[in-house]
Design a protein. Structure first.
Length: 115
C-alpha cells in the first residue's frame, strides 16, 4: 500500500531522515493518527525536524503528509471493498450455476435466445 516515498531522492538524506522515513513506512497507519509532537517524541527528535523532513520529501508540512497517508488508506480500503464485492458476486454466480439443473439451464438459454 505504501508507495509514498518510492520516487524520493534519498541521496541527501541524513540518518535522521532515514529514521523518520523508515518509521513512517513501518507504522504507516499509526502515523496518520499521530500529532506531529507525538511522532517527534517517538522518534526522539523535534517537531521542526519532522516538518523539515516533510518539506524535503515534497510536502508543505506534516499535515499534508498525514492527509496523503489518509487518502492512500481510503483508496486502499475502497479497492479492497470493491474486490470483496466482486468476490461475493462471483461466488453467488458459481453457487447459482452449481445448483441449477441442466434442464433448467436449457430453458434459460431458450428463453434468452427467443426460441
Amino acid at each position: 500500500m505504501n508507495n509514498l516515498f518510492e520516487k524520493i531522492d534519498t541521496t541527501k538524506f541524513t540518518d535522521i531522515d532515514f529514521g523518520i522515513m523508515n518509521f513512517i513506512i513501518d507504522h504507516f497507519i499509526a502515523v496518520s493518527q499521530l500529532s506531529i509532537h507525538e511522532l517527534a517524541e517517538r522518534l526522539y527528535t523535534s517537531d521542526a525536524t519532522i516538518v523539515r523532513f516533510c518539506q524535503k520529501v515534497g510536502f508543505s508540512g506534516f499535515n499534508e503528509l498525514k492527509y496523503t497517508i489518509k487518502s492512500q488508506q481510503l483508496k486502499h480500503e475502497q479497492l479492497a471493498n470493491f474486490h470483496n464485492q466482486i468476490d461475493i458476486k462471483i461466488n453467488n454466480l458459481k453457487k447459482f450455476f452449481n445448483e441449477i439443473s441442466s434442464d433448467n439451464m436449457k430453458q434459460i438459454v431458450e428463453l434468452l435466445s427467443g426460441e
